[in-house]
Every structure is written in structure tokens, then in C-alpha cells.
Design a protein around this ligand. Structure first.
Ligand code: ZN
Length: 91
């Protein structure tokens, strides 16, 4: 079983770095905050996208499920994460 997250992580961290800089906080603080917000929204119908899904959507390679689409309408964290990830891709 390959560890799929090792590929996505650098991209995720790049986006997180940009977001952290915008907020004027450290990357550690941002990631802690991000994880907390994901854990806090573990309620039915309000699942935050996981980092792999965010990376896929930012890259335009993922299929967005209806649930993800609905979630993106109401979740700033996920939108911000995707935007930061897109901005980190210079092409
Ligand atoms: Zn979310």
C-alpha cells in the first residue's frame, strides 16, 4: 500500500505557507489552526475536504462531488486552501 499523501504534501504545504504569510502567522500556527477547523467541522453534512482533495481541485484534476461543491459554498477554509494552492502554481 503506497503512501499517497507523500506526493500531495509538498503542494499542500506550499499553499499553506502562502496562506500563513497572508495572515502573518507561522506555518505551524496555520497548520494547527487548519487541522483544528477540519476537526471542528466533523459534523454530518459539513465535512471539510481533505488535503488530497484540495490539491486535486486546485490542480483541476479531481472530480468534485456534489457534497464537496455544496461544502465549498459555505466553507472559507477550504476555498482559501484551494485558492492558495492555485496561486502557488505559477503556470
Ligand atoms: Zn471546509
Amino acid at each position: 500500500m503506497a503512501d499517497k499523501s507523500t506526493d500531495a504534501k509538498p503542494m499542500f504545504l506550499q499553499g499553506a505557507e502562502i496562506l500563513a504569510r497572508k495572515r502573518g502567522i507561522s506555518i505551524e500556527a496555520f497548520l494547527a489552526d487548519y487541522e483544528r477547523s477540519i476537526h471542528n467541522s466533523k459534523v454530518p453534512g459539513n465535512d471539510c475536504l481533505d488535503s488530497e482533495e484540495i490539491v486535486m481541485l486546485a490542480a483541476g484534476t479531481g472530480k468534485m462531488s456534489v457534497q464537496s461543491g455544496l461544502h465549498l459554498h459555505e466553507c472559507d477554509s477550504c476555498n482559501a486552501a484551494i485558492e492558495a494552492m492555485k496561486n502557488s502554481r505559477t503556470k
